[in-house]
Design a protein around this ligand. Sequence first.
Ligand SMILES: [Zn+2]
Length: 306
Amino acid sequence: MTHLDVAALAARLPAGPRTRYAPSPTGYLHLGHVANAVMVWGLARLLGGRVLLRLETHDQVRCRPEYVAAALEDLAWLGFEPDEGPVDQHDATPYADALAALRRLGLVYACTCSRRDWATGSTGAPRYTGCCRDAGLAEATGRTLRLRVMPQAEAFTDARGAVVQQDAAAGGDVILRDRDGLWSYHLAVTADDIRQQIDLVIRGADLIEATGVQVQLARNLGRPVPPAYVHHALVTGSDGRKLSKSNRDTGVRDMRAGGASAAEVIGRAAYAAGLSGNADAIAARAVARLFETRAAAPHAVARILS
Ligand SMILES: [Zn+2]
């Protein structure tokens, strides 16, 4: 773990940087989402930046309208007000355009494999072996479309400084559109971060493995210089695992129903994520304070993946 150096981060960003808060409404918000909001709004306010609220609805099977409504209501109750948005991902045009651009570069291929055909990659996660890469299969309904990922190092800046991910292809050729016609996280988030001119991506450490391939994807879509990244520690449950949306004792709605105030929920999230040395209540409008008092309060430091 290293501490977040806000001055160094600011030096790598344009004035008034744009960041985004981008939950996927496939469930109700929990402490992990609140911790991410503390990071996003806290850093945006400290850096004089703007927050775009983007609902990541690219998975239109798992995203449900009631979760969208609940996320908006919970954020309003917590007091996290975006400067722009909400926007969502229902309009397929930007993703279809991105796919067409990649196809013109010869980077898209159709795949008929199932997960049975996967191998276990270097990270221990299942890795697509690329068996359809050179098969020349026609794009057709019911076929997955994949990105031809180049096995090369990709560089980006994170809160801890310059990062070089040695093999962007370590996770295999990622999906762009699945067999059901749903746009992938990689394609949707990369296309949106480009067109929405996002300078700073603040997200959980579980996504750092996806960053190299997204940097490569963005370059192929016309963004030569990637955004700056902050990958922060995840809030884990008592079993040490990442919180799930079904984890009831850490759900925003459940804590609210149990009588907690918005400031108390935010305080718990900040503490659970290592952003504060205590779980004292803190209002959404005051969270920038957690990042500017580090020198005075040595425990109040952001836990950043290193
Ligand atoms: Zn295949």
